[in-house]
Design a protein around this ligand. Sequence first.
Ligand SMILES: [Zn+2]
Length: 180
Amino acid sequence: MFIWRLAHNSLPVKSNVARRGVLLDTICPMCKRLDEDCGHLFFKCKYVKKCWRLMNLEGARVELMKCQSGKETIQKLWELDKTIQLNVVVLLWRWWSARNKVNDGGRMQSEAEIQSSVTFFSMEKAYDKIPRNVMWWALDKHKVPTKYVGLIKDMYNNVVTSVQISDGDTDDFSIRIGLY
Ligand SMILES: [Zn+2]
């Protein structure tokens, strides 16, 4: 959802809100120096630049900054190496939530705090994926018939659970793995 809104330039960054006729100052809440639009907030703000650099993503930042629209930015993003892609997506998302905190009058997180939160979420996401791929590979390697591998995959894809509470069980709900 976050990425979709970024692609369609519909995130409520101040310049987008102002365009809809709402009167407010359009100054970036992070640096308080320049107007906030997506290009500034995610790629050019002096604080976000520190985060990109800290995460060794400066090359990706420069590439993405050249894009003219949200759509083009996302297309470029999908062309990047998978690991870099994951880190970039998580960085943009964590930066956006850090920005919202400041915009609501909260404390500004340091670059190091943002970096560790990005690392935490990327790891979690990666850990979700690797064991499964290894598992499919292992099942295949041990000549488990495709039919059963398919069955096991289905089990993993549609995990449903219910929680026992004092007056019985809750309705089934599905467990989705990962962040999104
Ligand atoms: Zn700024």
